[in-house]
Design a protein around this ligand. Structure first.
Ligand code: 5GP
Length: 202
């Protein structure tokens, strides 16, 4: 039977809600393409250019904005972040599902430009726990953490339009819910028109 069509799956969450772990688990289990963003923030320890992000200077990023090379872009926590358009177009044309890990400003832009995209918002159990996780992660200064917490409240308050809400108070449970949502999206008739041809033999 011919493969079904692909779709964009967008995951949004405040920093520290556990989104990266959920992204890794979903990409490990299913053959999803991952959209590698561009950013002007400095790489963290262990992050590889071209794998986790494309790390760019401010000037290089602004040049790409001028050239319309982004599907969306935004300033997040004081740095530029953006989704390169070309790989998204190419992978969708190849029938692949694409997973995006982007902030809510970028998600809103994609909701207007990527028809059929699905949007999942991951909540931390509480703002106190979110702060604890960011401090324990040890990758950001207290100033950066405070800025991220302030942004978290704003993001949570704007999450009403998403297709699915998942609270990450237990990683296994949150992953089961994400997995279930992803699988249900893959069953949408508009992505699976080949089933009719195959069943009816036409
Ligand atoms: P971090 O610096 O912790 O990797 O990411 C900070 C925030 O930027 C996260 O919420 C992440 O989802 C978001 N982000 C990562 N890539 C992009 C992107 O291409 N576009 C937008 N709008 N946000 C992004």
């Amino acid at each position: 039977m011919a493969a079904r069509q692909g779709f964009p799956l967008i995951l949004c969450a405040p920093s520290g809600a556990g989104k990266s772990t959920l992204v890794k688990k979903l990409c490990a289990e299913f053959p999803l393409a991952f959209s590698i963003s561009c950013t002007t923030r400095a790489p963290r320890e262990g992050e590889i250019d071209g794998v986790h992000y494309h790390f760019l200077t401010k000037e290089a990023f602004e040049q790409k904005i001028q050239n319309n090379e982004f599907a969306e872009w935004a300033v997040v926590h004081g740095n530029y972040y953006g989704t390169p358009l070309k790989p998204v177009t190419e992978q969708l044309a190849q029938g692949k599902d694409i997973l995006f890990d982007i902030d809510i400003q970028g998600a809103k832009q994609l909701s207007l430009s990527l028809p059929g995209a699905k949007f999942v918002f991951i909540f931390p159990p509480s703002l106190e726990i979110l702060k604890e996780r960011l401090v324990n992660r040890g990758t950001d200064s207290m100033e950066v953490i405070e800025r991220r917490l302030k942004n978290a409240t704003g993001e949570i308050e704007q999450s009403h339009w998403f297709d699915a809400w998942i609270v990450n108070d237990d990683l296994d449970k949150a992953y089961d819910e994400l997995r279930a949502f992803y699988l249900s999206c893959t069953l949408e008739p508009r992505l699976c028109t080949q089933i009719l041809k195959s069943v009816l033999g036409k």
